[in-house]
Design a protein around this ligand. Structure first.
Ligand code: GLC
Length: 549
């Protein structure tokens, strides 16, 4: 593929105006040796493709992000579209014509979760102003209606002078994304830590937003576990995939959100007089303690019930069942038969990971990549556990990386399980989309986890000097090379299908923004500044406890 200099195309921007820029020529999938032109539904036959240099790919990705994906509100960028629209407006004989499809479901909206990599990249790229506007815009959209007060929309769109949030009322299946509400405080903390804009966090409207979030989650429920119970499809996996109950990703995000909220409230407390008797300061101190106690319990719970390695599985298999009372070893009444045999190979001698879900009688042993990477990034996992996780990923590289890093979940639901648990969902057939598909937007999370770990680990750690270091280095570098070569060629597709991830996703959107941002982050962390892997560092429980006493 190549990008000829000087050829101009006209693209619709997010606010509907036309942006002018060079066309990006790509190898057209399924048309070997021919290349299609982005923004034009006609395929132009061109000469044999030329490999793009790394610098060219980075330049294209930056152009897509800054000039094509960004949405303006009141003439300023506030976030990025999920996918860059494929319909193009072109001038034909002096007339402006729209070529291509009608609006693409909700991919023209600004999703909070999809904007996490975008905002992290913007922070590292010196654009905290856009991140601040994104956070403010989301805050304006935080629900205040009685039944949903405190929740953030999954996505929003700009309609003239209005912002319209989707709280699930427009989504297929009317699913509300719980993760969006958990991501906001995390991103707010990351923004403040990186930009040092503490005054932003101390503003009354930001503190009110945090209060609404706490009012939403710090309330009595029907059970005394520290996990958050959600419906099917309440996070990145936003369709039925038997991920209702207490899916890992939500629990790890909850942990991050609790610590981040405590830190942001702590900043406000700091600016008041120490030990102030002001009732609102007392309330904040009390809340911080509740939040921190919860975070501590949650971490302990995740390590006790979600963490598995070859040792814990052997203990699990030999426990008695049907126990009753306070001091039992098998609280969730798990039968040995419910523990899948594939775990033996998958775990190997050194591997460990956080399982997908804990429900009575039914642990979900599927591996969910994002939840596990976040478990390492947020230090839910101890340093040795992080090494066990990396070892597991290395050992199962053929499955998790294969031809397109990284697989979102493993193994896929198949046969009757797929039929009954997804409701015959054709998008989520085995090895497709959320059900074992490969998502390039996930790689940077693993890179971040590994670089953070390497920075924080002692000299005797397996990662800095020993057996993990070289193979992990190799895995990350080769994975990055895959993105570098395949993504521009395959139009920055949203996801890839099949047991090796070699096929472009059957219904994948093209020019998916978090694919682009994920690539830019992988490039930044591996090639530009690995030190920036501290961008997601959360405050430590101990220092937060001290701050509220
Ligand atoms: C799909 C994905 C979801 C993503 C959205 C927008 O619904 O499942 O995770 O946020 O597309 O890209």
């Amino acid at each position: 593929m190549s990008e000829p200099a000087g050829r101009e195309s006209r693209w619709p921007t997010a606010n509907g105006s036309l942006a002018t820029g060079p066309q990006i020529l790509c190898k057209s999938p399924g048309v070997s040796g021919k290349r299609g032109v982005v923004g034009d539904n006609r395929t132009r036959i061109l000469e044999a493709p030329r490999m793009l240099s790394e610098a060219e790919v980075v330049r294209i990705a930056r152009d897509l992000l800054y000039n094509r994906a960004m949405v303006n509100y009141q003439d300023k960028p506030i976030g990025a579209l999920a996918a860059i629209p494929q319909k193009a407006r072109v001038y034909v004989d002096g007339q402006l014509k729209v070529v291509g499809s009608s609006p693409d479901l909700n991919y023209h909206e600004v999703f909070i979760r999809d904007n996490v990599p975008v905002m992290v990249f913007l922070l590292l790229d010196g654009r905290p102003d856009i991140v601040r506007r994104f956070l403010d815009t989301c805050l304006d959209l935080q629900s205040t209606s009685p039944q949903t007060a405190g929740i953030f929309p999954s996505s929003f769109t700009v309609d003239g002078e209005r912002l319209l949030g989707d709280y699930g009322q427009r989504a297929i299946g009317r699913v509300i994304s719980v993760d969006a509400t958990l991501w906001w405080p995390i991103l707010a903390h990351v923004y403040v830590q990186r930009s040092q804009d503490r005054d932003w966090a101390r503003q009354p409207q930001v503190q009110r937003g945090l209060q609404r979030f706490l009012d939403l989650i710090l309330r009595p429920g029907f059970c005394d576990v520290p996990t958050l119970h959600v419906p099917d499809g309440a996070f990145m996996i936003d369709r039925p995939l038997d991920v209702w109950g207490c899916p890992l990703e939500i629990q790890v995000l909850l942990y991050g959100a609790l610590l981040s909220t405590a830190a942001l409230i702590g900043l406000d407390l700091q600016s008041r007089e120490a030990g102030s008797a002001d009732p609102s300061a007392q309330k904040q101190r009390w809340q911080m303690q509740q939040v921190l106690n919860w975070a501590r319990r949650l971490r302990g719970y995740l390590l006790k019930h979600y963490w598995v390695n070859t040792h814990t599985v052997q203990v699990l298999r030999r426990r008695p069942t049907e126990q009753y009372g306070d001091a039992v070893s098998n609280e969730y009444n798990i039968q040995t038969e419910a523990i899948p045999p594939w775990l033996q190979h998958w775990l190997g001698a050194r591997g460990g990971y956080l399982i997908g879900n804990v429900r009575t009688g039914r642990l979900d042993f599927r591996f969910f990549t994002l939840g596990n990477c976040l478990g390492a990034i947020f230090d839910v996992l101890s340093q040795p556990q992080q090494r066990a996780l990396f070892s597991l990923i290395l050992q199962n590289r053929a499955e998790l990386v294969a031809e397109m890093p990284l697989r979102i979940s493993h193994p896929p639901l198949e046969g009757d399980e797929w039929r009954h648990k997804t409701g015959y969902d054709p998008k989520n057939r085995p090895w497709c989309y959320h059900n074992g598909g490969h998502w390039p937007c996930l790689l940077w999370f693993l890179i971040l986890a590994v670089l953070r770990h390497r920075r924080g680990s002692g000299f005797d750690s397996g990662l800095r000097n020993g057996w993990l270091y070289l193979p992990m280095q190799d895995l990350l570098q080769k994975s990055y090379q895959i993105l570098l070569q395949r993504l521009p060629e395959q139009k920055w597709a949203e996801y890839f299908d099949g047991p090796t991830g070699v096929w472009m996703g059957q219904q994948a959107r093209l020019y998916q923004t978090w694919t682009v941002a994920g690539f830019l982050l992988a490039h930044h962390l591996l090639k530009v500044n690995p030190e920036d892997a501290n961008v997601f560092d959360l405050p430590k429980l101990g220092s937060l406890y001290r701050a509220c006493h």
